[in-house]
Design a protein around this ligand. Structure first.
Ligand SMILES: Nc1ncnc2c1ncn2[C@@H]1O[C@H](COP(=O)(O)OP(=O)(O)OP(=O)(O)O)[C@@H](O)[C@H]1O
Ligand SMILES: [Mg+2]
Length: 298
């Protein structure tokens, strides 16, 4: 994994992390004052008053959440409270949903992800996503992983890149002798690790995972959980999960979402509490969090 250092004399709109600027026009965007204490890991996302409406109906409001580098952050909460909606705000996937409107500010490495000149394609390259249901392309294992690098022009040393991505996704040993076989011949758990490898192959900074284990058996789930823990050495990981034990096992920080009565009387997702995972599960501040994690609600 190649880390591109920030150039001291680079334009202020250049991303200070791996790769290419997000800002296609090189126009200054709104940035946050930088106040990163030396002890605190670097802030990757600083979400301020994030909300989402679908066709004018508010589904999520006022989410203030900071996500730090090299950590796993879990989003938990009852069905319909906006976990997936929020996750999609972090890589502009809501742009692809007709009728979805995002408000508030989402700073990514101090740069406004929704600024006027941000390239959403570049955003999704830096901030990869893995979905609930594994969705390999109907192509070979090799071509699944090669797809992203080929599209973004990372064509040098492709074999090495593919091996590296499969190793990082803990799949290499199982597939190294069958790279030309169809990806759909893999088991569900292997397919999900293939999708993680596919996301890793374009050298992202962040991996978002929306219930990545919900279709998997316990052994594949354990493999993916181990993987999340090893991935945080090099990446920032955000997962949505309904499995509290999973959040407790893998997450450093846990954010609990729920719903409140919205503007028009409909239910609307809100962030109730965010804290170190151990605190959320043993000594939460909010009684709604406690009711949820102890199984009395949701
Ligand atoms: N594409 C969409 N169009 C309209 N409304 C949507 C859309 N996606 C989500 N919603 C609404 O937004 C709210 C939050 O949905 P979301 O899928 O984010 O919840 P969730 O917490 O991920 O739920 P689950 O745990 O069931 O996956 C719900 O009321 C849902 O109906
Ligand atoms: Mg969801």
């Amino acid at each position: 994994m190649v880390e591109i250092e920030a150039q001291p004399d680079a334009a202020p709109t250049q991303m200070a992390t791996r790769g290419v600027p997000l800002n296609v026009a090189g126009v200054a965007t709104r940035t946050a004052p930088t106040d990163l204490s030396v002890e605190q890991p670097e802030l990757v996302f600083d979400c301020r008053e994030i909300g989402v409406r679908y066709n004018g109906v508010r589904a999520l409001r006022d989410v203030n959440l900071q996500i730090r580098r090299n950590a796993v952050t879990a989003l938990i909460g009852p069905s319909g409270c906006g976990k997936s909606t929020f996750l999609r705000c972090l890589n502009r996937m809501n742009d692809l949903i007709p009728g979805a409107e995002v408000d508030g500010v989402c700073l990514y490495h101090d740069e406004d992800l929704y600024g006027p000149n941000i390239d959403a394609i570049e955003v999704r390259k830096r901030i990869g996503m893995v979905f609930q249901k594994p969705n390999p392309f109907p192509k070979s294992i090799y071509d699944n992983i090669a797809f992203g690098p080929r599209v973004v022009g990372l064509k040098d040393h492709l074999d090495d890149r593919i091996e590296e991505a499969l190793r990082r996704a803990a799949l290499w040993d199982e597939v190294k002798d069958r790279l030309k076989e169809g990806a759909l011949s893999l088991s569900g758990g292997q397919q999900q690790r293939l999708c993680i490898a596919r996301a890793l192959a374009v050298e992202p900074d962040v991996i978002l995972m929306d219930e990545p284990c919900s279709a998997l058996d316990p052994i594949s789930t354990a493999a993916i959980e181990d993987l999340m823990t090893s991935l945080k050495t090099d990446y920032t990981v955000v997962i949505v999960t309904h499995n509290m034990q999973q959040a407790a096992r893998v997450a450093d920080t846990t954010a609990f979402f729920s719903t409140d009565q919205g503007e028009t009387g409909t239910r609307c997702g809100v962030l109730i509490e965010v804290a170190a995972t151990e605190k959320i599960f043993t000594k939460p501040e909010n009684e709604r969090t406690e009711a949820y994690v102890t199984g009395r609600f949701g």
